[in-house]
Design a protein around this ligand. Structure first.
Ligand code: C6P
Length: 411
């Protein structure tokens, strides 16, 4: 496996956990940050801090430039036609809620259908459930196969004239499944439904080209792709954003305000009410530069390599460990959720913590998927650019040690 040689860029990797080297395997939850991003944030507060879009003075101009330059970088990163198609939100969750609230309330009527999948994160379920509760629309599901891929055999029947939104995840945060979103978007678009992609696990790990995908709306979070917390992105086609009502109201999003009415700015600013998270957005721009320098094809290749290695090593362990999701790395990302027989996932995660191995255990905000898998929770390791073969080896050693520790109970 080719090492990405970027590990030393991440100061946290020098940390010891219980006197052991840090083995961070929870990047699906949030990524670590390179020094350039951490420094950019501190530097912004030290040298450029002022509110954006307000002042005629130098500091505010610098701050506005950093904020708007980040927008251009994000647009280029996903090949959006223009930076005006990039809305900054707080996270993927807020981006998806924005769609449900602003587009949904204007366009969804009683009896309309919204098509999602059972592998969605709660963030791509609850906003639609709230909308359906309020308006009386119906949530429908594409089924999943045993191997964790989508069953698209009846997609033509599922997408009907009643379907108004088709929304699904680019990559599952539990199964690692990379969904054939281009094919599904094409069907949704043909049927006149709004195509929405939850890119929380897509944008950090896969090359994304929104023009090639022809997707209407694509949402993701900065904190999962080396950027700071508190910044989300919503990309949208120009005609959709310009027709869409505002989400939150207040300062920054208006053009003119009278005692009885107001006009809004154009998109994307009409969706960015209040003081935006400009310092973190500026630092996010540096994270995008960093990923651009590496190249998303290289990010993807590294994750294929490391995940293949991890899957091979797990299979060699003399236990009936179930790894969820597809085996084929062409359609799987760097997520490895597993069941260790006889041991609760929380115990697995706790035991690994003693060895400095940081993995997540729980339902991963995907309770309906857990039910389909017949488990209440799973343990999950997830990889990113700073992980190397040694991380996987430490993970495997810890897993084996755990097997011995729990002894017969785990058989
Ligand atoms: N998944 C995980 O450990 P936010 O919290 O808004 O940045 O991202 C929400 C979200 C939406 N969709 C998918 C597919 C996701 O994986 C996530 C976040 C984390 O898997 C936290 S639960």
């Amino acid at each position: 496996m080719k090492d990405m040689s970027v590990r030393s860029d991440f100061p946290i990797m020098d940390r010891l956990i219980h006197d052991k080297p840090l083995t961070y395997l929870d990047s699906a939850a949030t990524s670590q940050k390179p020094a350039v991003v951490i420094d950019a944030l501190a530097d912004f507060y030290r040298n450029n801090n002022a509110n954006v879009h307000r002042g005629i003075y130098t500091l505010s101009e610098e701050s506005t430039l950093a904020y708007e330059t980040a927008r251009v970088k994000v647009a280029n990163f996903i090949n959006a036609g223009s930076e005006e198609q990039i809305i900054f939100t707080r996270n993927t969750t807020e981006s998806l809620n924005l769609i449900a609230y602003a587009w949904g309330r204007d366009n969804i009527k009683e009896g309309d259908e919204i098509l999602i999948t059972p592998m969605e994160h709660h963030s791509n379920m609850i906003p639609w459930m709230l909308l359906c509760k309020e308006i009386g629309c119906k949530l429908k599901y594409i089924s999943i196969n045993e191997d964790g891929t989508l069953d698209l055999s009846n997609l033509d029947e599922l997408i009907s004239e009643n379907t108004k939104i088709v929304s699904l995840t680019h990559m599952s945060n539990v199964l690692g499944t990379i969904n054939p979103i281009k094919q599904i978007i094409e069907k949704a678009n043909k049927a006149g439904a709004l195509s929405v992609i939850d890119g929380a696990q897509g944008a950090p790990h896969l090359p994304v080209d929104v023009i090639d995908l022809d997707v209407d709306l694509y949402a993701f979070s900065a904190h999962k792709m080396l950027g700071p917390t508190g910044v989300g992105v919503l990309y949208g086609k120009e005609k959709i954003l310009s027709a869409m009502s505002p989400f939150l109201g207040g300062g920054e999003m208006i053009d003119e305000v009278y005692e009885d009415r107001f006009t809004t700015k154009e998109a994307p600013w009409k969706f960015e009410a209040g003081t935006p998270n400009f310092a973190d957005v500026a630092a996010f721009g540096v994270a995008i530069d960093y990923l651009d320098d590496i190249g998303m094809d290289n990010v993807r290749q590294h994750e294929i390599d490391i995940t293949q290695y991890a899957l091979d090593q797990v299979r060699k362990i003399d236990r009936d460990i179930t790894v969820f999701g597809p085996k084929n790395l062409d359609i799987r990302g760097g997520v490895l959720a597993f069941d260790f027989p006889g041991v609760h996932p929380h115990d697995v995660a706790q035991m690994m913590d003693w060895d400095g191995v940081q993995i997540r255990a729980g339902h991963h905000c995907a309770q309906p998927l857990m039910r389909r898998l017949g488990v209440s929770a799973t343990a999950r390791a997830s990889f990113y650019i700073y992980n190397n073969q040694e991380d996987v080896d430490r993970f495997i050693d810890s897993l084996k040690k755990g097997g011995e520790f729990f002894g017969d109970a785990s058989r």
